[in-house]
Design a protein around this ligand. Structure first.
Ligand code: BGC
Length: 483
């Protein structure tokens, strides 16, 4: 038996435990995994610089009209929704590591098809395929990271998922300023290759292995992730005490320990998208144009930089502040900024102008007279505030909470439903934004977004559990007790 002085660490996440845990390899495994979200950030960002180039393409077979351009942008979200279903089925069978490694194939294949495209359908097919890879990645990486982490750093490491998504988006925008779209597609296919190369050397998660009764492999994974000076047996026992029959049947949705976290996860994904984030990001360039910025094409880059900075801030503080407070602050900031946006559109006179660029990007009653646009600063400030607000809470946290709250045996299916909800709603909001502004007016639409942000806050206060500092097993026990 170990003597008192040499007694090894208990829970690596326990605040007062004598901490001998070494996080070096945990950080390495997280780095390898988040090359996946980096790849899907590149996929999301690719359309922004590629669309204007494809609209002017010399190859008439590839030249996109407005309708085709909007499909080129949004078909990714449909692919990603399908990827949620696929990922939900595969992740519990093939394991987290293999599923993630397999994603690199559709990523690279998708970009190869785009590079080789002879007609618009090949462009769509390439986008759809990279969308599927993005959907599976957005499911498996949060789960992988949360299952290899300990509670002390799980929030920070989990938030790196979103940090890498927004870094990828920014990378695409920035590279798109200097590269032609073919070369941009080549650059976008590098992160998934790097992810595959690094992940080969990383372990499967101890939780997945123990649930499969692969004890020696699980102990080796714990040894790798925590270093030699930690009581791996203690952690193994904690995980095994919670391990259940790996099979999951739909009938279990009657069990509150399953349906409560399931409803919370799916609702968070719904609420993340009805903030209007993707529609507002899409509209960024036009807002800057209205504000008479000399070079409005830098708008996406500015949006990207704000996202990266504030997501990094969230990652740094989340394990100290907790998840709920950041969600609440984030919801309030977005409610205020979308209300201000609404004010801006309400006070602005409508344009009779017919700038083709604005017409193609902008719902009819968002067209403003440039000369009379004295309040344009309000739109730019609101945009910056909104993006910062989203990045500090509702951007990273729904993905993090999704990876924390489901019981192990339901994690694949329930996360799949979350990913499906998120991407399908992203598709709906971006595609229907135009019609919504026609129906509700622009200020009505933004005030609707504002109202949904207030609902986000109320929902957070009433329903979202605080998961800071708890192990995944303690979170699971919380939902079992709360029947
Ligand atoms: C959201 C995406 C969004 C991205 C960038 C993610 O958390 O799910 O819909 O495009 O953040 O802000």
């Amino acid at each position: 038996m170990a003597s008192e002085e040499s007694r090894p660490l208990l829970d690596p996440g326990e605040p007062n435990a004598e901490c001998k845990v070494q996080n070096k390899n945990l950080y390495l495994a997280t780095f390898a995994a988040v090359l996946g979200p980096l790849s899907f950030g590149f996929v999301l960002g690719f359309s922004s610089p590629a669309i204007p180039a494809l609209k002017k393409s010399n190859n008439l077979e590839l030249r996109l009209d407005d309708n085709e351009a909007s499909w080129f942008g949004s078909v990714v979200t449909l692919g990603a929704a399908a990827g949620g279903i696929l990922g939900g089925c595969v992740v519990d069978k093939a394991g987290r590591k293999l599923t993630l490694m397999l994603c690199s194939l559709p990523y690279v294949l998708g970009f190869l098809i785009i590079i080789a495209a002879q007609d618009v359908w090949m462009l769509y097919a390439g986008r759809l395929l990279s969308g599927v890879a993005s959907g599976v990645t957005s499911l498996v990486v949060p789960v992988y990271i949360s299952e290899i982490s300990h509670s002390k750093v799980r929030g920070t490491l989990g938030s790196c998922v979103q940090l890498m998504v927004v870094t990828g988006i920014l990378g695409s925008y920035a590279a798109g300023m200097v590269l032609d779209w073919h070369w941009l597609a080549v650059v976008c296919s590098l992160p998934p290759c790097a992810m595959l190369a690094f992940m080969i050397f990383m372990p499967e998660t101890p939780r997945f292995l123990l649930n499969r009764n692969q004890r020696p492999e699980a102990m080796a994974a714990l040894q790798f992730l925590r270093g030699p000076q930690v009581d791996h047996e203690w952690e193994r026992r904690q995980i095994e005490a919670n391990a259940e029959d790996p099979g999951f049947s739909v009938a279990e949705f009657k069990n509150p320990a399953v349906y409560k976290p399931f409803l919370i996860g799916v609702t968070m994904m719904f609420f993340q998208q009805v903030t209007g984030v993707n529609a507002i990001m899409f509209y960024a360039e036009t807002i800057f144009e209205d504000a008479n910025f000399k070079n409005s094409s830098v708008a996406p880059v500015i949006v990207g930089v704000i996202q990266v900075l504030f997501t990094a801030l969230a990652a740094l503080i989340i394990d100290r502040t907790g998840r709920k407070i950041l969600l609440i602050v984030s919801g309030f900031i977005m409610a205020i900024s979308t209300a201000a946006f609404g004010m801006y559109f309400k006070t602005m006179p409508l344009s009779s102008g017919n700038s083709s660029h604005l017409e193609s990007l902008t719902p009819p009653n968002l067209m403003l007279l440039q000369e009379e646009n004295h309040l344009a600063w309000l739109a730019v400030v609101s945009l910056g505030l909104f993006i910062a607000g989203f990045a500090i809470g509702w951007g990273p946290i729904p993905w993090l909470v999704m990876s924390e709250i489901f019981p192990l045996r339901a994690r694949g299916v329930a996360s799949g439903a979350c990913v499906l909800t998120n991407w399908f709603m992203a598709f709906l909001v971006t595609k229907e934004f135009h019609d919504l502004t026609g129906f509700l007016t622009s200020y009505g639409t933004f005030w609707l977004f504002s109202a949904t942000c207030i609902l986000n806050v109320i929902f957070t206060v009433l329903c979202v559990p605080e998961t800071k500092g708890r192990t995944l097993e303690q979170i699971e026990a919380h939902f079992r007790r709360a029947r």
